[in-house]
Write a protein that binds this ligand. Structure first.
Ligand code: ATP
Ligand code: MG
Ligand code: MG
Ligand code: MG
Length: 482
């Protein structure tokens, strides 16, 4: 089953059950101070869960663009190393706002997976919240009882608060959940492992695909859990992981969601995917990151030096460096993937298609800029590495991390990543104080140079609102004071 069909089957299944299709919210949030990026399908419905708002529907279905690179849900370090965590991914979800609860959520999830998609029942596992004394939370007997109508009790596992109590962020709607996992190992492999304990124990081929959250609480700023005025259902299924399961693959990257991108980048680099671990990781990182970058730009967040824009810049530079070091790209290459991506999502996420030229131009400019300093920065890092080896030290000093940031445009996490690859670490606290010192210095400089003039427009007070004019050569960028 092709990815497109997988997505539309999910949506129509729930539409037939009275759910209203609600389009994906932008990936970059503009008006939630607790969250920078959409990290789950439920974000746009937060006020409905809290009963601060009402809608003309009580059931919804959608496919949400999510980004997990910051805050409570940050998967950046996993990406490319494993085969099922992405920075940007699609989350398929169905919701009940004070309407149905655990019974229907469980029954329909099971029906969709096993009857509509035809996944083998004996390869599925479910987890149930075991409770947590410190918060006075009980074992979820109710969910357990509904599950055992469908699945053998030996395949229902208990899960702790970390995995089975879902929270959006530090505050907000939350509740116990049941996760559905699929075992993609071959029968021989399963038979060779004694017992079933392996499941849920981070085996790369035993993967969580769907999470059914039973929204019952609101986490307050002081950490207290308060009952919500009503009970809701919030589910999230990783689209790319579901595609892996349905297409009989062992990696998200082997599905048709990613293969066109991989073919393109491998072709450009003149390498074959699947031959060498180091190159494969680089390819996975690049095809992952280009999605995050392109969708963010399409949603109005350009790479920049502050807030969400800097997160996107960091991801982009990370991708450029993987390409430069492991695939020998010394000229811009990421932007060449935009067309492939836009073609792929045409008909569902049309924002890529309608802005493809702008997106590739912005990316190409960013790549060009960073490639100018990347080589020198890497050489500087080599010197630092040699010095540390000579001194028998393993920590890169804060002021050196700052130099890499300031002179060569290396985001801290990029320096940390390269350090890790070389068995080193960085002094992050030292970096932060070097950064603070520089900020103070530039403030003092600004005050002395400008005399009466004080800076009133700091970066954090402007917001990109779009391009005014777009021609082949020029672009006038519009910012609005906020
Ligand atoms: P995991 O334990 O694998 O990190 P999670 O429990 O953090 O996943 P949830 O918050 O429950 O994930 O999100 C719902 C679903 O979204 C998951 O069941 C999974 O299928 C999918 N998902 C979560 N994080 C990612 C990611 N980084 N990339 C791709 N899919 C993801
Ligand atoms: Mg996670
Ligand atoms: Mg999980
Ligand atoms: Mg989960």
């Amino acid at each position: 089953m092709q990815a497109k069909e997988i997505r539309s089957k999910f949506i129509s299944f729930f539409e037939e059950k009275g759910h209203k299709y609600v389009p994906s919210a932008p990936m970059v949030l503009k008006n939630d101070p607790t969250l920078m990026f959409t990290n789950a399908g439920m974000n746009q419905f937060k006020d409905l869960f809290l009963c601060n708002a009402t809608a003309d529907y009580t059931r919804a279905v959608n496919s949400q663009k999510c980004l997990r690179v910051s805050g409570k849900h940050n998967d950046l370090e996993e990406v490319g190393i494993d085969t099922y965590h992405h920075t940007m991914f699609e989350m398929l979800g169905n919701w009940s706002f004070g309407d149905y609860f655990k019974k229907e959520a469980i029954q329909w999830a099971w029906q969709l997976l096993t009857e509509v998609y035809g996944l083998p029942k004996d390869k599925l596992y479910v987890t149930v919240f075991e409770g947590d004394e410190s918060e006075g939370l009980k074992f979820d007997q109710e969910a357990y009882d509904f599950w055992k109508e469908f699945i053998d009790e030996s395949r229902i596992l208990n899960g702790n608060k970390k995995d089975n109590f879902w929270e959006m962020g530090e505050t907000g709607p939350c509740g116990p959940c049941s996760e559905i996992h699929i075992d993609l190992r071959s029968d021989e492999e399963i038979a060779s492992v004694p017992g079933k304990d392996l499941v849920n124990n981070d085996h790369p081929q035993v993967v969580e695909i769907w999470n059914l959250v039973f929204m019952q609480f609101d986490r307050k700023a002081d950490g207290r859990l308060e009952n919500l005025p009503a009970q809701h259902i919030d589910t999230g299924m990783g689209f790319e992981r579901l595609a892996m399961a349905l297409q009989g693959k062992k990696s998200n990257y082997d599905t048709d969601v990613f293969t066109p991108l991989i073919d393109k980048i491998a072709g450009e680099a003149g390498v074959k995917y699947g031959q060498k671990e180091e190159t494969d990781i680089a390819i996975r990182v690049i095809v992952d990151h280009i999605r995050a970058i392109s969708f963010a730009i399409a949603d109005g967040t350009l790479p920049s030096n502050n807030k969400a824009g800097y997160v996107i810049r960091r991801i982009l530079r990370r991708a450029v460096r993987y390409g430069y070091t492991f695939l020998n790209f010394d000229s811009p290459f990421l932007y060449k993937l935009v067309d492939v991506l836009a073609d792929q999502y045409k008909g569902f996420f049309d924002e890529l298609d309608s802005q493809r030229e702008l997106i590739s131009k912005v990316i190409k400019e960013e790549e060009t800029g960073f490639l100018r300093t990347l080589d020198n920065g890497l050489k500087r890092l080599e010197q630092i590495k040699d010095k540390l080896a000579f001194q028998n030290e393993t920590i890169i000093e804060g002021r050196e991390v700052f130099e890499l940031y300031d002179t060569y445009g290396f985001p801290v996490d990029l320096t940390a990543l390269i350090a890790r690859e070389n068995g080193l670490t960085i002094d992050e606290a030292g970096f932060n104080s070097a950064m603070a010192e520089q900020k103070n210095r530039s403030k003092a400089d600004a005050a002395s140079e400008k005399g009466d003039w004080t800076e009133i427009l700091t970066d954090s007070k402007v917001e990109f609102v779009g391009y005014d004019q777009e021609t082949a050569e020029s672009r006038i960028i519009k910012y609005r004071e906020i």
